[in-house]
Design a protein around this ligand. Structure first.
Ligand code: MC0
Length: 136
């Protein structure tokens, strides 16, 4: 079901500062920058050299957002892993049947036009997990 690691999401206090660091250290290429009000983030996708997976940098829009609360509790760091799937709706049905808690029962709008859905970290060894059906 999981095709590849689409991205790793990293919570940061300043998107501009984090972009500058990740570009200067790793030579990554910024391929998109968006504000996603529904998710409470300003985010950037930075492509690795294979072009098929990304580092996603996430700055909270406010302290009471999911990423804002995460930084308050744990500081900056790895926030989630996003796996590419062919069909996010079908994957949600299959995963839901295993008893893993679905944070999103239906897909939402994600970065670069993807359809996304989150799974609860409490059922996946503490890792907030995102399913990503990329826009093709
Ligand atoms: C919170 N917890 C996490 C976590 N965030 N565990 C692992 N990874 C994370 N990122 C844990 C806390 O440590 C706590 O554990 C428990 O979850 C409840 O924490 P809380 O602070 O009270 O938070 P809740 O319950 O309000 O929400 C946690 C939950 C939430 C994972 C349900 O963050 C959520 O709905 N996330 C999905 C949406 C999201 O993260 N959006 C931002 C990225 P204990 O053990 O103390 O109970 S949007 C994005 O990435 C888009 C743009 C895209 O990719 O395209």
């Amino acid at each position: 079901m999981l095709l590849t690691i689409d991205h790793v999401g990293i919570a940061c206090r300043s998107l501009d500062a984090a972009i500058e660091r990740y570009v200067s250290v790793f030579g990554l290429t910024v391929v998109s920058q968006e504000t996603n009000a529904e998710q409470g983030v300003k985010e950037a996708m930075l492509a690795t050299s294979s072009g098929s997976s990304y580092v996603q940098l996430l700055e909270p829009l406010a302290p009471d957002t999911t990423v804002g609360k995460f930084i308050e509790r744990r500081g900056e760091g790895m926030h989630h892993v996003g796996y590419a799937v062919a069909d996010v709706t079908a994957a949600l049905a299959e995963i839901g049947a295993t008893g893993v808690r679905l944070i999103d029962s239906r897909p939402r709008h994600g970065s670069m036009g993807a359809s996304i859905a989150f799974l609860h970290p409490g059922d996946l060894a503490g890792v907030l997990t995102e399913l990503v059906q990329p826009l093709r």
